[in-house]
Design a protein around this ligand. Sequence first.
Ligand code: DWN
Ligand code: SAH
Ligand code: ZN
Length: 413
Amino acid sequence: MPKCLVCKAQYEPFISFGKMPIANAFLTREQFDKEYFFELKAGFCSNCSMVQLVEQPSREMMFHENYAFFSSTSKFMALHFKEFSEAVIRSHLKSKNPFVIEIGSNDGIMLENFLKSGIRHLGIEPSGNVANIAVSKGISTITEFFDESLAKKIVKKYGQADAILAANVTCHIPYIHSVAAGVKALLKTGGVFIFEDPYLGDIIEKTSYDQIYDEHVFYFSVASVSYLFEQYGMEVVDVEPQDVHGGSMRYTIANKGAKEISMAVFKQREKEKKLGLHLAGTFDAFRKNVENSRNQLIQLLRNIKKQKKRVVGYAATSKSATVTNFCGITPDLVEFISDTTPIKQGKFSPGAHIQVLPYKEFTDNYPEYALLFAWNHREEIMAKEQNFIKSDGRWIVYVPSVHLFPLPKVGEV
Ligand code: DWN
Ligand code: SAH
Ligand code: ZN
């Protein structure tokens, strides 16, 4: 039995998706026979409530100088991080000459706001290509993995921080104790660690199983995050649900007793109990929902194929690696995936080997159906794809349930 990465208790995995590739390893045809696979399984530790992957590829295999995810591809996310930064400046940067650190700063989507406000900042981003984009914008960035030893080096060179920020990265780091110890060392006594990640409650409620892929080693709840930081003399002082990435939670962590604990923390913990996030049975029910979702999606795609209509994937997201490989979505069901990221274009999706083509291929010749792999950016995408709907196009969406949008005509599929 595997051991919990947080509390070392043994736990049983509750779901296996089978062999999975690295979600951001888009490849050329020549690389097909050398592709790396690992077993994607997740488990729930009933001792500390942490949901986690049993196995994960090494960090260097996932995050390197050819990392395929560039944060600034979404305009909505840029706005989200602008608002995030403004909230941090308003509430937590009141000292003279404050210092902000961001872990997993990618292409600088968050820190550019601090740069513009003239605030001392430092990004920590191990993927060289995206880090270079941030540097070219004038954002101070170190190309390294964050852990306790790096934190101590930063303290020596730059001093402690008023705020440490992290979005969609804390849940990526299996050596989470080193992260917590590093944060503790790097923060001023009255400082805050504010991070957000996809929220376990949303994943369970929406059956958004595609959040489960190699990079996401943890699926946090307020209960599991509290358990972790308590071991470092810290506590969760605030939580704020976010709409982004299909439902996220922003956690504010501070040294014990340094800040007042907001009512939102207690309320969210009550909600988690009602949702059963502390019970193994919840995850068994989730697995059944995942299996139903897969059956419905594959059936729908097969019906569409029988009618000889075209389906194109919209956005070659990391999450889509789980959906395509777990459901068995092959190039005969989905013609290609349209994506705006230049380094993904012309390559093939991991495992399923569906070709990724520039966005123009989608708009130049609309298919009858578009499979919305970036369902988390639905609002942004619907706003710009009115012409697809006008041309009678239908979206295939699978979160929170498999459905077509706009609704099909009677007898259509
Ligand atoms: O946690 C993570 C989140 C923040 O980002 C990382 N581990 C990796 C990544 O996950 P993802 O790839 O599932 O992220 P997104 O933001 O759901 O998808 C991004 C992809 O979608 C990019 O390849 C760009 C593409 N896209 C597009 O083609 N047209 C995105 C939008 C909004 C669009 O309109
Ligand atoms: N914060 C951005 C990027 C999220 S993608 C956003 O929300 O859009 C995750 C990022 O974390 C990647 O750029 C990856 O290179 C980085 N990362 C992975 N492990 C890390 C670690 N140990 N320390 C710092 N960054 C890390
Ligand atoms: Zn545990």
